[in-house]
Structure formats: structure tokens, C-alpha cells
Design a protein around this ligand. Structure first.
Ligand code: GN1
Ligand code: MG
Length: 386
């Protein structure tokens, strides 16, 4: 139910995943033409991918396959700024590929430009669209299907940060203000409770209490960023395992995708979100909380990959603090899902009426389990960095 798939479940003659859609009614011909793509469309699919944007795949008679994505304008107020960030970051990462790289287009996403050089086309309803490469022969898994995918994912996100360590951070726009400012998220949560817009507060009393009782956790990372105890870095900010493409034939992580939230941030949040989503024993929206725990075996695999790429580049105290990020981001997501539930599901896409409540409950259960494993998480890192 949750997450996104990239190249899964081919279901028709044209090798594209997703559910067939009618390209004419969605205005794809005009959108593609804006990006200089004029070949007839031979297939179009919708991916039920992600909680924010709407993603389509198209095949053209020229043989080219492309991703067309409608950016959620309610969430991303200034899509041109996202594209400016993405353009800078992808160019930087591309320049870091070894000179003998033969498959650069599979390792860094390529976004199509319009003839005026911009990367956004607005549709008749005032919604922003973009168009980018579709990486063939690679899969975005919602959960690892082979043990090596865990370590590979850790490596990919570690390498992503390392590759951007010398990126001019001051040139990045903050595309969503306070995105991982957890105390600010807490304030939004209590504001939503006070407003109780759709009368859902009473029905979520236990989850609300679980969030309120953990308030001190909210500031554990941002306070250290503010004091300078932790550095600001260029971070991805949405490090779910399904934001890494795994090569179908080599099982190597080849490309980090979903660059919408690349912004200045903390490595703790990136590491933490990777563990929150990928090292759980269940999906982010598992309704049966008895199935949810932190899988320490998975944690260790992710961590090994991440540390292999970041040792010597992240500060030692930062590395040892990574597990704090695991707790804080899990708390933050619990709070964000619950806020949206109380607020009437205005931010995350939901696939069933109580979806945000189910997501929040799942995060809270996972957090409870993580709290008992914090020292084990730290010990594993200590043993691997010293
Ligand atoms: C959203 O849409 P997706 O899956 O890329 C959200 C993330 C959350 C995630 C939870 C811009 O990401 O912050 O962690 O859902 N993205 C935004 O699954 O809010
Ligand atoms: Mg995202």
C-alpha cells in the first residue's frame, strides 16, 4: 500500500510498470511537446508511487521511455526552486562520476528542459509538471528483497552525502521551510489539535498522548545544529529505500532518486529516515502493530553500507549520534501523519479513510521498539568506526 515502485510488475506488451491511463485525457501530448518530445505515445501508466506527487511513465514510438510527474503544488509552493536545486545537485554528482563511467545516464537522473531552458511546464489547471529520464533495468524496492540491497542502499545514501560534501550549500533554496525542524512540526501538531478541524481528535486520544509525552525528543537534533555541535550538510531528506534504484542484473545501488527535498540539513535525519522506513519489520502503514519492530539485522546492514561511505567525512561525534536521528525522525513522521489525520488529510495522499492514523500508529509502535534498542544501535556504530 505504501511507498513507490519504479520498474515493478510489467503488465503489458510495452515494458512499463503501473496502471494504464489515457494519455489524451491527461494532456500528455502537449506536456511532452513542451519538453521537446514529439514522437507519438505508445503507452502510458500511472505509478501509485509516493505520498505527494503523481507519477506517470510513458513510452514513445521512438523507443524512448520517460517519466512525467505532476508536482504537488500545495506542498511545493515554488517548483522552479526545486528544479534549481535539482539541476545544481545532479550536475555536481555527474561531475563526480569516474571518467570511465559508461552509464552516467543510469547513475544520475536527467531532467528535460524546455526551449527556454526551464524544467517546469504548467498545465491548464495551473499545476506544474516535469519530465525526466526513466532508468531501465533497475528497480525501486519498497522493501529489500535480497540482503545485499540493505548495504547497497546504505552505501548509496552515504555516497550521496559524500558527493555533495563540497557542494555550495548556500546556493540551495529551502524548498519547504522547516522541513525537518521537528519542534516546529510539534507546534503544527498542537495547533492542529487545538483547531480539531474535522472532529477527529477524540478518536485518536492514545496516539495523541504518545506524541505529547515525548515532546523533549523533538529538539534533540535541531538544538545541536543550532549550537554548532552538529554541522549542516547537503542532505536528501527523504531517504526511503525506494528512493534508490537497484540494478536488476548486478543488485548494485545505481541511482538515488526523488531529489525534491535536497536541502541543507543533518546527516542524522538522512540516516534516521533510511532506518525508519527500511529497517522496520513491516511497512510504514502496517495496520497490525504486533508485526512492527526494528530489525537489528537490517539496521546493521544499512549502517555498514552508510559508514563505509561516510567514515572519515562525517565527524566522529556525528557518526555516534546517528541513532538519535533514527528516533527523532520516527517521532517526526508519527507526528506529521497524526497532524494530517487530525487536520483532515490535506497533505499526504491517503488510500483509505484512516490511512494517516494507521501510519501514525505504526510509527509510534516502531519508535517504542527503537527506544529499547538505542544503546545497541550506538554500540554497533562505535564498533564500526573505531
Ligand atoms: C513523502 O511522497 P514521498 O513518498 O516521496 C514526504 C516525506 C515522508 C514520506 C513518508 C515532500 O515522501 O517527507 O517521509 O512521504 N515528502 C514530503 O512516506 O513531504
Ligand atoms: Mg519524496
Amino acid at each position: 500500500m505504501s511507498g513507490k515502485s519504479n520498474n515493478m510488475n510489467t503488465n503489458a506488451a510495452v515494458n512499463l510498470p503501473g496502471a494504464p491511463v489515457d494519455p489524451a485525457s491527461l494532456g500528455f501530448k502537449r506536456l511532452l511537446a513542451a519538453f521537446g518530445k514529439n514522437s507519438p505515445i505508445t503507452a502510458a501508466r500511472e505509478l501509485r508511487a509516493g505520498n505527494i506527487n503523481t507519477t506517470y511513465l510513458v513510452a514513445l514510438s521512438s523507443g524512448e521511455k520517460l517519466t512525467l510527474q505532476r508536482i504537488n503544488h500545495h506542498v511545493f509552493k515554488e517548483p522552479e526552486k526545486i528544479m534549481a536545486n535539482i539541476q545544481g545537485v545532479t550536475a555536481h554528482l555527474r561531475s563526480k562520476l569516474p571518467p570511465n563511467t559508461t552509464d552516467a545516464a543510469r547513475r544520475v537522473l536527467t531532467f528535460m528542459k524546455k526551449c527556454d531552458g526551464s524544467m517546469i511546464e504548467w498545465d491548464g489547471d495551473g499545476q506544474p509538471w516535469r519530465c525526466y529520464s526513466y532508468v531501465e533495468g533497475a528497480t525501486a524496492y519498497n522493501a529489500a528483497v535480497k540482503p545485499e540491497h540493505l548495504c547497497e542502499t546504505g552505501r548509496a545514501f552515504g555516497a550521496f552525502q559524500r558527493g555533495l560534501a563540497d557542494f555550495p550549500i548556500e546556493t540551495l533554496y529551502e524548498t519547504i521551510e522547516g522541513f525537518h525542524d521537528t519542534p516546529r512540526r510539534y507546534k503544527a501538531f498542537t495547533d492542529a489539535l487545538a483547531a480539531d478541524r474535522v472532529g477527529r481528535r477524540a478518536g485518536a486520544a492514545r496516539e495523541i498522548e504518545a506524541v505529547l509525552s515525548r515532546e523533549p525528543l523533538a529538539s534533540r537534533v535541531v538544538d545541536q545544529l543550532a549550537s554548532g555541535a552538529l554541522p549542516m550538510r547537503v542532505t536528501h531528506n527523504d531517504t526511503k529505500i525506494n528512493n534508490v534504484l537497484i540494478d536488476d542484473s548486478t543488485d548494485e545501488a545505481i541511482c538515488v532518486i526523488d531529489l525534491d527535498t535536497v536541502m541543507p540539513g543533518s546527516s542524522l535525519y538522512d540516516f534516521g529516515d533510511m532506518i525508519r522506513f527500511g529497517a522496520s519489520t513491516a511497512a510504514e502503514d502496517e495496520p497490525d502493530v504486533a508485526k512492527i519492530a526494528l530489525d537489528m539485522g537490517k539496521y546493521e546492514q544499512f549502517t555498514q553500507g552508510f559508514i563505509a561511505e561516510t567514515r572519515g567525512f562525517l565527524d566522529r561525534n556525528e557518526l555516534l549520534a546517528l541513532p538519535t536521528g533514527v528516533l527523532v525522525i520516527t517521532y517526526e513522521l508519527a507526528m506529521r501523519f497524526l497532524t494530517d489525520y487530525i487536520d483532515g488529510d490535506r497533505y499526504f495522499r491517503v488510500w483509505c479513510p484512516e490511512h494517516n492514523l494507521v501510519r501514525a500508529r505504526a510509527q509510534l509502535r516502531l519508535l517504542e521498539d527503537m527506544e529499547t534498542k538505542l544503546s545497541a544501535m550506538v554500540t554497533f556504530i562505535k564498533n564500526n568506526v573505531d
